[in-house]
Design a protein around this ligand. Sequence first.
Ligand SMILES: [Mg+2]
Length: 242
Amino acid sequence: MVHTPHPSAEPEPNTDAVAATSTAQAGQDRVRAPDLAGLGLDVARPLVIVDVDEVLGHFMEGFGAFLAGRGLEFRVERFALFQNIYRPGAAEHLPIEEGRAHYDDFFRYGAGEMRVAEGATEALRRLSERAGVIILTNAPGQGRLARARWLGRHGLDYPLLLNSGPKGPLAAALAEQAKGPAAFIDDLLPNLDSVAEAAPAVARFQHVADPRLRPLAPSAPTRHTRIDDWDALRIAIADSIS
Ligand SMILES: [Mg+2]
């Protein structure tokens, strides 16, 4: 997804939201990231950059329930988003653009109902004792407020940045401000590969929260460590930034 699992075969959801202060500089493959200190983070500490959908929250489950409320079926048959939305009994998925409209609506109206991934809140709480934590999500801009509220309600009230497209450039611009090591956690290979390219020193971890998606999610364990259990993931992240 879109971070939600978005398969590479599907277009990235349009997000008019870009990180509050991330601005592509003309002619350069760099972004100007928000100032870590300005976000209340201590640049002398390590940095943990973590995704939301399918990492901190059960996006697919929440989106599926939202679609069911609209009389649609969300079939977890492949690691895809818009290609998994059907009318009941239909053999063909909804047109991609219709799926995208439901996706955008979910961030406006439904994302507040998402369940937190098991162990995620406690893992970040413990990591935050030794590192700065920042949330980096590819949510559409209209979802910013609901997303921030969701994080706050679930004890995940860390600085929130919205991004659009591959996360490497922004993750790199954040990590280079931190004097300590940094780690990045996401469910999607394109984001992990993007960080590997833009910021190879940043430790990378893949996490897929939904047990139905785990066997379907493309992985590259030789490039990015895959850990689907938050307790084990916390320990691995802590090791990587110690
Ligand atoms: Mg995600």
